[in-house]
Design a protein around this ligand. Structure first.
Ligand code: DHB
Ligand code: FE
Length: 287
């Protein structure tokens, strides 16, 4: 049976892709963010996930205001990066895991969700930033399943909906009969607002509350509405929903292996957090 080995959540910011392309990782501005990653890469090298399930938000690449699914699941054999801007080099496409995509789609439809099923899906920095940070040589040793959560067009799904989605996805993954190790990723956040009168808004107290909840149990965050999160985390800080869904997909005890929080990268309070599933932690200890 498939096994969820951990949840890795991280901010994504187009400027990160640009910094990687220009080799700026050791510049004083960038070093605190890039220094988050060696311990994560060491863990990945040890644990060797086979498949990565991304909870992320599409930034207008696949869906725009004319047609905006609340939730969409990629079921493609291959995903091509078509990110915007900067003129950075394109990165190799990444292989999908269609069997797991359909396992998830079947499971969550059964559990009351109505995802858009995408047999063509381009990916943006919300997927390519974490991939390049995990595997800087761009030789992807994993396949992926992207699950997009609307963070652009209101009404947005709030923490409770995203928590329930995560639970349903986790259940479907654990019922997948393949003997594969699955890593969950929540991509986005934490607090940030890119435009309007609150542009540059960051809320360290709320971010800290959320980072703590990822460890102690994420369910208390479901008391907030989507609009509460807009107020507390900023208009784009609603990407927190991806963290909530990714964390909710991993049931049972978790161990926090790594956390960094750094203000700001571009307009964003950047955070990286790695949680291992208690079973994975037990296996690592026994090994
Ligand atoms: C920034 C952050 C994002 O999450 C994003 O998708 C685009 C830009 C930023 O801080 O610049
Ligand atoms: Fe974003």
């Amino acid at each position: 049976m498939a096994r969820i080995i951990g949840t890795l959540s991280t901010s994504h910011i187009p400027a990160i892709g640009n910094a990687i392309a220009k080799g700026l990782q050791n510049e004083p501005y960038w070093k605190p963010f890039f220094d988050s990653w060696p311990p994560v890469r060491e863990w990945l090298a040890r644990e060797k996930p086979d498949v990565v399930v991304f909870f992320y938000n599409d930034h207008g690449l696949n869906f725009f205001l004319d047609k905006m699914p609340t939730f969409a699941v990629g079921a493609c054999a291959e995903y091509v990066s078509e990110d915007e801007g900067w003129g950075i080099p394109t990165i190799p496409s990444v292989r999908g895991e269609p069997k797991l995509s359909w396992q998830i789609i079947n499971g969550i439809v059964e559990d009351g969700f109505d995802p858009v099923m995408c047999q063509e899906m381009a990916v943006d920095h919300a997927i390519t930033n974490p991939l390049l940070l995990m595997f800087p040589d761009a030789k992807w040793p994993v396949t992926i399943v992207p699950i997009a959560i609307n963070s652009i067009q209101h009404p947005l799904p709030g923490p409770k909906r995203c928590f329930d989605l995560g639970r349903a996805v986790g259940k479907a993954i654990e019922a997948w009969p393949e003997d594969k190790k699955v890593l969950l990723i929540g991509s986005g956040g934490l607090s940030h607002q890119l435009d309007g009168s609150r542009a540059g808004f960051i809320n360290k107290a709320f971010d800290t509350e959320c980072l703590e909840a990822m460890v102690s149990g994420v369910e208390p965050l479901t008391k907030y509405s989507a609009l509460d999160v807009v107020e507390k985390a900023g208009a784009q800080g609603v990407e927190l929903m991806c963290w909530i869904a990714a964390r909710a997909a991993m049931q049972g005890d978790v161990k926090e292996l790594h956390r960094t929080y750094h203000i700001p990268i571009s307009n964003t309070a950047s955070a990286v957090q790695l949680l291992s599933h208690s079973r994975a932690a037990e296996t690592a200890k026994a090994a």
